[in-house]
Design a protein around this ligand. Structure first.
Ligand SMILES: C[S@@+](CC[C@H](N)C(=O)[O-])C[C@H]1O[C@@H](n2cnc3c(N)ncnc32)[C@H](O)[C@@H]1O
Length: 231
C-alpha cells in the first residue's frame, strides 16, 4: 500500500501529519523509501509514529512480530526499544526472510533480531515466550489464529498490537470492496475485532491511524499467562 491510499484518514490531514514524520535513523529512512518504491508493504508512517509512542511508554524488551517482510518494522522495534531488546519475527516466505536477514545484518541489529520462516499459525505456537509485545501484521484472515497462538505467552500488562485492521476501509464498508474480492477476509476481520473487543483477556482500543490498528493490553487472564512481576 502507498502512503496515502488507505481510505482511513482524510488525505489532507494525513499529508499534514506525515509532514512531521522523521525516521528514527537515517538508515531506517532509506530502507523505508526503498521498500515503498518497490511497493513492499511496511508499516505506514502514521502507524510508525503511534507505535513509537507506545513503545516508549511500554518499553518492551521481548517482542514477537508476526509478518517480517523486509525487516523494516523488526529493525524499527530493535532501534526504538534499545540494545537490550530482542525481537523474534515470523515470515512465511523463505526469500523474503533472506532479504530481511540481509537488511537486519546491514543495519547492525543481527544480535537482537531472529527471523523464523514458516506459517506463523504454526511458528507462533512454537515460540516459548514470555513476550512483552506481540505485533501482528501478516495474513489478515488469520489474526484470530495468531491471537490464540500467542495470548498465553504475553505477560499480564503486555501488549498485542494488530496492524491493518481496517483493510483500506473494507472492514467498515463493502463500498471499498466493489468486486467483493475480499469478502472472506472482511468477515474474518470483523469476527476478530468483535472477539478482541469482548474477550476478558484484554482491554482493547482501536485507532484509525495508518490502515487501522488495535491495541490490546493483556489482563492477568485464565489462559495461564504470567504476570509482569514473575518473569
Ligand atoms: C504487511 S507485511 C509485514 C510488514 C512488516 N511488518 C513491516 O512493517 O516491515 C506482511 C508479511 O507477512 C507475511 N505473511 C503472510 N502470511 C503469513 C503467514 N501465514 N505466516 C507468516 N508470515 C506471513 C508476508 O509474506 C509479508 O511479508
Amino acid at each position: 500500500m502507498g502512503i496515502n491510499d488507505s481510505n482511513i484518514t482524510n488525505p489532507k490531514v494525513l499529508k499534514f501529519l506525515n509532514g512531521f514524520y522523521r525516521p528514527v535513523t537515517e538508515e531506517l529512512g532509506e530502507l523505508r523509501l526503498k521498500a515503498e518504491e518497490a511497493r513492499v508493504p511496511v508499516i505506514l508512517r502514521d502507524t510508525e509514529n503511534v507505535l513509537r509512542s507506545l513503545l516508549l511508554i511500554a518499553r518492551p524488551l521481548r517482542i514477537l512480530e508476526i509478518g517480517t517482510a523486509v525487516g523494516y518494522s523488526a529493525s524499527f522495534f530493535a532501534e526504538v526499544c534499545g540494545p537490550d531488546s530482542k525481537v523474534v519475527s515470523l515470515e512465511l516466505k523463505e526469500e523474503t526472510a533472506a532479504t530481511a536477514r540481509e537488511n537486519i545484518r546491514r543495519l547492525g541489529y543481527e544480535s537482537q533480531i531472529t527471523v523464523i520462516t514458516g506459517d506463523a499459525a504454526q511458528t507462533a505456537a512454537e515460540q516459548q515466550g514470555p513476550f512483552d509485545l506481540v505485533f501482528i501484521d501478516a495474513a489478515k484472515s488469520h489474526y484470530l489464529e495468531y491471537w490464540n497462538a500467542v495470548i498465553c505467552k504475553v505477560v499480564s500488562g503486555g501488549l498485542i498490537i494488530c496492524d491493518n485492521i481496517l483493510m483500506s476501509g473494507r472492514t467498515v464498508s463493502d463500498e471499498y470492496d466493489p468486486g467483493r474480492k475480499y469478502r472472506t477476509n472482511i468477515r474474518k476481520m470483523n469476527e476478530f475485532l468483535s472477539f478482541i473487543s469482548e474477550t476478558e483477556d484484554a482491554d482493547t482500543s482501536f485507532i484509525s491511524a495508518g490502515d487501522g490498528m488495535s491495541v490490546s493490553i493483556i489482563r492477568n487472564n485464565k489462559n495461564g499467562n504470567k504476570s509482569m512481576e514473575t518473569v
